[in-house]
Design a protein. Structure first.
Length: 255
């Protein structure tokens, strides 16, 4: 099995090395193609107005001056065009990618692009908390990741579906199990704009989130991490809402 590893935190991120070790537990044919710099929050963007710069870091390890989407395309359509990967692993992201995060996440986007290109793809993220924020450990992801991925591959990942896996902020032995969970929804009142002033007195702003705890819904990825479980969430690339499509078709046909 040939595995492609990518991420959005960049080629030098510790989580990328953790992901490569997870891949190495599954296969001895592992290729790493990751962004040259941190691309967190770029979502499923690709570079159309700028050229892609490819740099070989070491054997089977490359950096791309571009987004996670660019990296997957570069790997599948150029570097590995003669033998495309059988699996794409994106991560391990520094921080969870749950609820609305999946819309912004470059980590999830790497798995989306793999899925679009017809390759089974899994996004992996490691949650951290107030005490682990500055130095998150990827030990939990490394300890449990290979088994989770083997189970997913044995079961089969359907075309058009990617799997979003999040590991809780607990040591490996403290994980309370695995939850197949729905994508949750955060309290959007926690999002705010924080105004500041630079050294010359000019205004600038940060998008910020309050750290206040909010209630989570049972069965969601948010609740799974709160309970110390690994969340496994299947996501669809096709975002069509069929009930609304049917209703609107009836409205326009009637008109």
């Amino acid at each position: 099995m040939r595995i492609l590893v990518t991420n959005d935190d960049g080629i030098h991120a510790p989580g990328l090395d953790a992901c490569a070790r997870i891949a190495a537990a599954l296969s001895d044919d592992v290729w790493v193609v990751a962004p040259e710099t941190d691309q967190s929050g770029v979502a499923h963007s690709l570079s159309l107005s700028d050229p892609l710069r490819l740099r070989q870091v070491s054997e089977r390890r490359f950096a791309v001056k571009g987004t996670p989407t660019d990296c997957v395309i570069m790997a599948v359509r150029h570097l590995l065009v003669d033998q495309p990967p059988d699996l794409v692993l994106s991560g391990v992201n520094r921080g969870q990618n749950i609820a609305e995060d999946v819309s912004y996440s470059g980590t999830v986007a790497g798995a989306i692009e793999g899925t679009i290109l017809g390759i089974p793809s899994v996004a992996l993220s490691q949650a951290f908390g107030p005490t682990t924020r500055d130095n998150p450990s990827y030990a939990t992801a490394e300890a449990h990741g290979p088994k989770v991925i083997r189970t997913l591959l044995n079961e089969g990942i359907a075309a058009g579906i990617l799997i979003n896996v999040n590991f809780p902020d607990r040591p490996p032995e403290g994980v309370a199990g695995i939850a197949v969970a729905a994508q949750g929804k955060r309290d959007q009142r926690l999002m705010r704009i924080e105004p500041r002033k630079d050294g010359r007195g000019n205004d600038y702003f940060w998008i910020a989130f309050e750290r206040r705890k909010s209630e989570t819904v049972p069965g969601s990825d948010l609740r799974a991490l709160d309970e110390g479980r690994i969340s496994v969430t299947p996501l669809r690339v096709d975002q069509t809402d069929e009930p609304t499509m049917t209703r609107l078709a009836q409205v326009f046909d009637a008109g």
